[in-house]
Design a protein around this ligand. Structure first.
Ligand code: ZN
Ligand code: ZN
Length: 135
């Protein structure tokens, strides 16, 4: 994708038990409104994504993985509870919750997915594409 960023980015969880570095191009932000993202994040998820080998851990001492479906698992910190990652079981791709990045890196948002699962207590008022399910 032409809007992929190649800048190295860093991030981590609230307590510092998980620290990571992104060494390759990252996907624009996708907002996911599916019920699993809503539960794990407390609202909805904003995530970038990279190829698995481009996510490097500086420390992952408190990182644990929850098998959230037959397709994916979710990475979180067992100490502070931060939701950090979504990892596909079929593809070498890992999504990274954008709120865990250390700073704003100029990432742009691409679209909303699973809009059919959205809760009714918020409205989507931007002009981004709104996809009923996944893609
Ligand atoms: Zn933590
Ligand atoms: Zn989701």
């Amino acid at each position: 994708m032409s809007s992929d960023k190649t800048l190295e980015m860093t991030g981590g969880c609230l307590c510092g038990g998980v620290r990571y570095r992104i060494t390759g191009p990252s996907r624009p932000i996708i907002y996911c409104h599916c019920s699993q993202c809503r539960r794990t994040s407390g609202h909805f998820v904003a995530a970038t994504a990279v190829n698995t080998e481009e996510l490097v851990f500086e420390t992952n001492e408190s990182l644990s993985w929850f098998d959230s479906s037959e397709f994916a698992s979710r990475g979180f910190c067992t100490r502070c509870g931060s939701s950090l990652f979504w990892k596909s079981k079929n593809r070498e791709i890992i999504s990274i919750m954008a709120g865990t990045l250390d700073q704003s890196y100029g990432l742009e948002a691409a679209d909303h997915i699973y809009v059919n699962d959205k809760a009714d207590y918020y409205e989507l008022t931007d002009d981004l594409p709104k996809i009923p399910q996944g893609r």
